[in-house]
Ligand binder design. Structure first.
Ligand code: CTP
Length: 415
């Protein structure tokens, strides 16, 4: 199954002397929970804000300080750490550390290790989350250092606007640990099996206006679609996520297109499909919309409303029709939400909409379908074979679907 790209990755987390150093413990803990092996290096200034023991406790790995350079393994420590590293993440990174890295300084364990990692396309990823006072960040010297490091291939995240230790509200705050983690996850996924593939995913419900304040919609939360976007990104694909209204945060690295109505979703999907290798349609598109939405709010004094509806376009069928000329997307994957005759209804939809694969789920089950974190699905393929998956989380189902899509996509051709 495609996996979280952080799984079993060796990450060196460099922590430098900023008040944001306390947040680095949370980051180290989250990285570890995502399956990464995290070795922490603190600068002397960082060790004044937080102790190595805090990091050792959450990572289960040793955390180093510069004095370790002069210990028994002194001559090999930085080389050993650098040799097995998949990435060096420096969070928080102070202005002094940026200056040192840009110059190639090597007077403590962290800068020594950064230098030992090498530079160029074969060097491990260097990701930097700066944290400092706004004036220090905007200073020409710091900006030049950021530029030098970016040119050398370093990836920056933040800093963000917010409350700074000086009392200012300005740009200088370290990005939140969860954002840093998700960005690192994205960066580490880029060489996955779907590298070079463009996958479009639709998610969530649509809303069909009755009047300026009311609409028709459904119970979709978008969870399965957002999970598919994450799984496709994890496998290395470039992902466009076309989303109806949801409360979810899109995974880092997605190109997000917000839509509200079925008609808007159809426009966005037809357009993105022209260059997509695969379209995965998880959205719960409203099948009907009010034939004539009222321009003004409908007043209750007018009595009980009778609401004439008209049919919305079938987006998958429209994409299938378009691909007769564009020859894209190469594969179409649909979802079938059923309350009865699951496989025969799903097979019928697969045929009508020209799908390569349909994921059928019984939305009447309490542990599957809308607004829950789990799902139980059957996969039906165009060649007639079927595969029943056990009860799984929506993320696991997403990973399983992407896994099945890889051979259908022949990604080597795109690289
Ligand atoms: N779908 C679509 N356009 C629509 C309705 C559905 O593209 N107007 C897509 C869904 O995103 C899903 C698949 O078609 O991938 C099946 O959706 P579903 O709601 O199960 O089926 P319907 O086509 O609406 O058919 P029915 O009303 O018979 O269930």
């Amino acid at each position: 199954m495609t996996q979280n790209p952080l799984h079993k990755k060796n990450i060196i987390l460099g922590v430098t002397g900023s008040i944001a150093a306390y947040k680095a413990a949370d980051l180290a803990s989250k990285l570890t929970q995502n399956g990464a092996i995290v070795n922490v290096i603190l600068t002397d200034a960082a060790a004044k804000f937080i102790s190595p023991l805090s990091f050792q406790s959450v990572t289960g790995q040793p955390a180093y300080i510069s004095a370790d350079l002069w210990g028994a393994e002194a001559h090999v420590l930085h080389i050993g750490l650098a040799r097995k590293a998949d990435a060096l993440l420096i969070a928080p990174a102070t202005a002094n550390t940026l200056a040192k890295l840009a110059r190639g300084g090597a007077d403590d364990l962290l800068s020594l290790t950064a230098l030992a990692l090498g530079s160029g396309p074969d060097a491990p990823l260097l990701m930097i989350a700066p944290a400092m006072d706004a004036g220090m960040y905007s200073h020409a010297a710091t900006q030049e250092n950021v530029e030098i490091l970016t040119r050398r291939g370093a990836v920056f995240i933040g800093p963000e606007e917010g409350h700074l230790a000086s009392g200012l509200v300005a740009k200088g705050r370290m990005s939140e640990p969860i954002q840093i983690l998700e960005h690192l996850r994205y960066q580490l996924s880029r060489s996955g099996p779907l590298k070079g593939c463009h996958i479009t995913v639709t998610a969530g419900p649509t809303q069909e206006d009755i009047d300026p304040v009311r609409f028709l919609s459904n119970r979709s939360t978008g969870k399965q679609g957002y999970a598919l976007a994450q799984a496709a990104l994890d496998a290395g694909a470039d992902v466009t996520l076309i989303s109806g209204p949801t409360h979810l945060t899109p995974p880092a690295g997605t190109r997000l297109i917000h839509v509200r109505t079925a008609i808007e979703m159809q426009h966005a999907t037809l357009s993105a499909s022209k260059t997509a290798d695969a379209l995965i349609m998880t959205a719960a598109v409203a099948d009907f919309r009010p034939a004539q939405p009222a321009e003004q709010k409908i007043k209750k004094a007018k009595g009980v409303l009778s609401l004439p509806l008209m049919q919305n376009p079938d987006i998958l069928a429209a994409v299938n029709q378009q691909r007769a000329t564009t020859l894209m997307p190469k594969i179409l994957i649909g979802f079938a939400a059923e309350t009865q005759s699951l496989t025969s209804n799903a097979e019928d939809k697969m045929r009508r909409k020209g799908l390569n694969l349909i994921v059928a789920n019984d939305v009447s089950a309490r542990d599957a379908g809308f607004a829950v974190d789990t799902n139980r699905v059957t996969l039906l393929y165009a060649d007639g074979h079927q595969e029943e998956l056990p009860l799984m989380s929506k993320l696991e189902i997403a990973a399983a679907v992407i896994e099945r899509a890889i051979p259908l996509l022949n990604p080597q051709e795109n690289v």
